[in-house]
Design a protein around this ligand. Structure first.
Ligand SMILES: [Zn+2]
Length: 370
């Protein structure tokens, strides 16, 4: 399969420093569904970057061409990749004032109506192609003030008109899980099956993550042009196990899972393989418990990710080594523990684990991982 590589330069915030984002494009200009995939938005999460490296390789080795476009950014965050503190890569949050790299993306929903009106005044028929163009135009008029702004604009500009958006991250556990913008989208189930997601969580977050910035405008498009914007979009975050799960063999299997998904939704010609069985618990954000702690100490987990947990059951202990006192941390809900924090030093007020159940919880955790 033919690929075109492009470097998108970022706005320069620092004298003597120029960064860029490298983009791999397959099926440039071909009609059909478009999929956008990126890794490393949290730059200290290498598994997704490796999966996309192998995905690019596997696509380049194919003899066919896609039934649409595939855009892949294996390293979405060169700013984060350059942040080191005391020998550790600090790639999750901007060391300046930008905060979590996966927050505060521009939400162009509010500009969509104006952009569609402009296109209508220029004689465009307001069909789906016009919506895609209006969305690209809405991103194009965003004015970046910093290098970080320009990075977010560049990523969003590549993904905003895609039918499928995949943002590859990782956690600190042993399992693959996913967040999806629309759990009822037929492709949500296909994605879960092909990536072997243990838990797939749907629902809208209040914060503007990258996937949220990609799917929110399409919801507005459906409201503005319900007869035209019938095609649903799916934006997903895949969490590929833990930060140290960096293996060519595993990443190749994960890349093959993404190829299976692309075949299932028609971006690639089907190889006729049987659809994998569903292994996922499907639930919503309201049914996710963020286990938070109130005491300092050493964090000793009693449960691993992927384990079933009953309400009231211990998931961890917090040990104060100066007194020997241990505090038990218990689950409020029953479900599957799917995520856990990387540090084993407990910080009061922080989230140490996540449990996916099937019953909504009364409390709103806010942004559990700011
Ligand atoms: Zn992440």
């Amino acid at each position: 399969m033919l690929s075109v590589t492009e470097d998108i330069p970022l706005f320069t915030s620092w004298i003597g420093t120029r960064r860029h984002i490298t983009v791999y494009r397959f099926g440039v200009g071909r009609p059909g569904p478009k999929i956008y995939l990126q890794g490393g938005l949290h730059a200290d999460e290498p598994p997704g970057m490796l999966v996309l490296h192998h995905l690019i390789r596997l696509l380049q080795e194919r003899d066919d061409e896609p039934n649409g476009e595939i855009i892949i950014v294996p390293c979405a965050n060169p700013i984060g990749l350059s942040q080191r503190i005391q020998g550790h890569l600090a790639g999750r949050s901007d060391l300046g004032v930008g905060g979590n790299f996966n927050r505060n993306f521009p939400d162009v929903s509010a500009q969509l109506g104006e952009q569609l009106s402009l296109l209508r005044s220029e004689g465009h028929v307001l069909d789906e192609a016009a919506i895609r163009l209006a969305l690209r135009n809405a991103v194009a008029v965003v004015v970046p003030k910093t290098e970080l702004d320009s990075m977010k604009k560049a990523l969003l500009g590549l993904a905003i008109d895609a039918d499928y958006v995949v943002d590859a991250h990782c956690d600190n556990g042993e399992v693959v899980y996913a967040f999806v913008s629309d759990p009822d989208h037929p492709a949500a189930d296909l994605l879960s099956r092909h990536i072997r997601s243990v838990v797939t969580i749907g629902g809208r977050a209040d914060v503007v993550t990258f996937p949220a910035a990609c799917y929110r405008p399409w919801r507005v498009a459906r409201e503005l042009l319900p007869d035209v914007a019938a095609t649903r979009r799916l934006a997903a975050t895949i969490e590929y196990r833990g930060t140290r799960d960096v293996s060519d063999d595993v990443a190749t299997e994960d890349a093959q899972g993404l190829i299976g998904f692309m075949e299932a939704v028609g971006v690639l010609e089907s190889s006729g393989k049987v659809q994998p069985e569903a292994v996922s618990l499907r639930t919503t954000l309201e049914c996710v418990e963020y286990v938070q702690i109130s005491a300092p100490g050493l964090l000793i987990f009693s449960k691993a990710t992927g384990d079933n947990v009953e309400a009231g059951e211990e998931v961890a202990q917090i040990l104060d080594p100066t007194t020997g006192e241990r505090k038990s941390v218990t689950a409020r809900s029953s479900g599957i523990m799917f995520g856990r924090v990387g540090s084993r030093v407990a910080v009061p007020g922080s989230t140490i684990a996540t449990i996916a159940g099937t019953a909504p919880l009364a409390t709103d955790p806010g942004d559990p991982y700011p």
